[in-house]
Design a protein around this ligand. Structure first.
Ligand code: IPD
Ligand code: CA
Ligand code: CA
Ligand code: CA
Length: 263
């Protein structure tokens, strides 16, 4: 396995896919819904996933691909080389705002995260990492995160989790929101993760994400010392939905222990 070559190839197809999205969406965007009226998907989400599958299979047919739109094969284990990818993370932003959406990919070899990417398609900004070698924001190395006090932290959280819901004690999350310096909600998990690994947010948490939302980000996290886990502190499930937190190491366990009570 030549990781450097694989990294060059992944970056090349991510940039190509970004170009295709930017070229296509102003004249050819068909929006549909999936599980409910607010769960959007477009022809471009699907076409972008297919683009990746064709390119990756032509590169090496033994690589497996787990993508949100389910256009690859069914992936039931992380044996071998597995690409976990979201062709467009932040589809609602894509449809509504025409910005703030990401392509994100994690490449795993026998279950070990090796290469991670989060690409802001409209800004053409790439966050990436190679396991053991570091992480970058475009050509600039990302530094290890400096510690932060919870009272001075800015955290990413979707407002729904602070209203009564079936998954978590929202009263405790209200306390968290009152304790920290500020909250943000960007509508694209990968973007919020990119902000945590680059120190623009100090934590991001969600009660429900899928492997493709977080796979690339988890690999980048390791390189800057951010801690990514599910909300019970265990490794995130990369083959099914799970809860999620990524945080500066100085506040990860404090948030879990004092403010997160799953139902
Ligand atoms: C969604 C976004 C959103 C998060 C949702 C994800 P999609 O991904 O990341 O921020 O709150 O849970 O499903 O569907 O736009 O790829
Ligand atoms: Ca989706
Ligand atoms: Ca997503
Ligand atoms: Ca998506």
């Amino acid at each position: 396995m030549n990781l450097q070559q694989l990294d060059r190839f992944a970056k090349e197809i991510i940039r190509q896919a970004g170009q295709r999205i930017r070229d296509a969406f102003s004249y050819d965007l068909k929006v549909e819904t999936k599980s409910d009226a607010n769960d959007l998907v477009t022809n471009i989400d699907r076409e972008t996933e297919l683009f990746f599958i064709e390119k990756i299979k032509a590169y090496d047919a033994s690589h497996k691909i787990l993508g949100e739109e389910g256009m690859g094969e069914k992936v039931e284990s992380l044996d071998g080389v597995v690409w976990i990818l979201d062709p467009i993370d932040g589809t609602m932003n894509f449809v509504k705002q025409h910005r703030h959406f990401m392509i994100t990919i994690g490449i795993f070899v026998d279950g070990v995260g090796k290469l991670g990417y989060i690409f802001d398609v409209m800004r053409e900004d790439l966050f990436c990492a190679t396991a053991g070698e570091g992480a970058w924001y475009n050509d600039t190395p990302l530094r290890k995160l400096q510690s932060v006090k919870l009272e001075e932290a800015v955290i990413g959280i979707n407002a729904t989790w602070v209203t009564p819901n079936r998954r978590v004690n929202h009263e405790k999350l209200i306390e968290l929101v009152r304790t920290v310096r500020g909250t943000r909600s960007y509508g694209a998990a990968a973007m919020e993760i990119a902000f945590v690994v680059s120190g623009k947010l100090d934590a991001y948490l969600s009660m429900r994400l899928s492997p493709w939302d977080v796979a690339g980000g988890i690999i980048i996290a390791q390189e800057v010392g951010a801690i990514a886990s599910n909300l019970t502190g265990q490794p995130v499930n990369l083959l099914g939905q799970d809860t999620f937190i990524i945080a500066n190491p100085s506040i990860h366990s404090q948030i879990l222990e004092q403010y997160v009570e799953l139902k």
